[in-house]
Ligand binder design. Structure first.
Ligand SMILES: Nc1ncnc2c1ncn2[C@@H]1O[C@H](COP(=O)(O)OP(=O)(O)OP(=O)(O)O)[C@@H](O)[C@H]1O
Length: 294
């Protein structure tokens, strides 16, 4: 295995009885990168991650984490921080007791109050888990995952239920962990976050990769989009601009910059205002929509 691969998955198959949830999946996550494992509902992301985290046995294929089988949890678990969608902490424990307990189980060392400050829960240290709001519970989940600054961090829908400030704080904390060398595996249905944050993306559908690559590699396969509105009495715009059902104009192009220049020049010469002008590469949302779900 190359020394830069923290996770190496080769020909992974996961089955539930007769049903094959993951089919011959191969990918690597390199040291220090943020890898987003995305996909449609039921695509097989959780099944894949459960094998990598050592919670599930593969039907076949090979999975290595830090060059070892993740089934040997005594060796790999202390090096991983895992933020699940549902952590199921004991409702009667306080916030501080929870971080202390999960921290000890992880076999890493850290200062509980430092971690609580990091996730802005210091003021709730003596509050019982059952009395936390949804967003506060999510931040507690994050605290237990990053306790002790693990080398590899799994974030499963980390920002669901968080307000915008808490999201920014979480991503800032992730950036700092990455600065210290941590590798991050992210799953989320907030595609914009993945598009902004991920170094590489594996996009799963029905147990396989639909696409895999950098955000740029993925988005460059579909045309960029320019949209705008014109006054009712404006002349017809150039560049085969089509009307959307909402009355806006839409141009799809693989030549974003020159076409945008042509459009702006046309608007300037014709003295026509381009209202609500937006131009940019295809978004991950569009790639998801292009998946044939048949
Ligand atoms: N314990 C199980 N028994 C039987 N089938 C299962 C089990 N767990 C998952 N599956 C099935 O395996 C497929 C993949 O599920 P998985 O949870 O890995 O998908 P996912 O990509 O994480 O989905 P989502 O985005 O909806 O959370 C789904 O069709 C699901 O119904």
């Amino acid at each position: 295995m190359p020394s830069t691969a923290v996770i190496e998955v080769e020909g992974l198959n996961v089955t539930y009885g007769e049903f094959q949830a993951v089919r011959d999946l191969s990918f690597q996550v390199r040291k220090g990168e943020l890898y987003a494992l995305l996909g449609t509902n039921g695509a097989g992301k959780t099944s894949t991650l459960e094998v990598i985290e050592g919670h599930r046995t593969a039907a076949s294929g090979s999975v290595e984490v830090f060059g070892r089988t993740p089934r040997n949890r005594l060796q790999t678990r202390p090096r991983m921080g895992i933020m699940l969608q549902e952590s199921g902490f004991s409702p009667d424990l306080t916030v501080r007791e929870t971080v202390h307990l999960i921290g000890r189980l992880s076999r890493r060392t850290d200062d509980v109050d430092r971690v609580l400050t990091l996730v802005e829960l210091r003021h709730k240290a003596t509050t019982r888990v059952s009395q936390l709001s949804g967003g506060e519970k999510r931040r507690l989940d994050f605290a237990t995952a990053v306790y002790g600054g693990p080398e590899l961090i799994f974030l499963d829908e980390p920002t669901t239920g968080l307000d915008i400030q808490s999201r920014d704080d979480l991503w800032e904390a992730v950036d700092r962990l990455r600065d210290d060398g941590s590798t991050v595996v992210l799953t989320t249905h907030y595609l914009e976050e993945a598009q902004q944050r991920a170094d590489r993306i594996g996009l799963m559908h029905k147990g396989r990769f639909h696409r895999e690559g950098t955000v740029r590699e993925l988005t460059s396969t579909l045309p960029a989009v320019i949209t705008f509105r014109l006054p009712d009495d404006a002349p017809a715009p150039p560049l085969r601009a089509g009307r959307t059902e909402h009355g806006a104009y839409r141009i799809e192009t693989f030549e974003l910059e020159p076409d945008l220049r042509t459009l702006l020049n046309w608007a300037h010469s014709a003295a026509v205002p381009l209202a609500e002008l937006e131009a940019g590469p295809t978004r991950l949302d569009d790639i998801f929509r292009s998946i044939d779900r048949a």
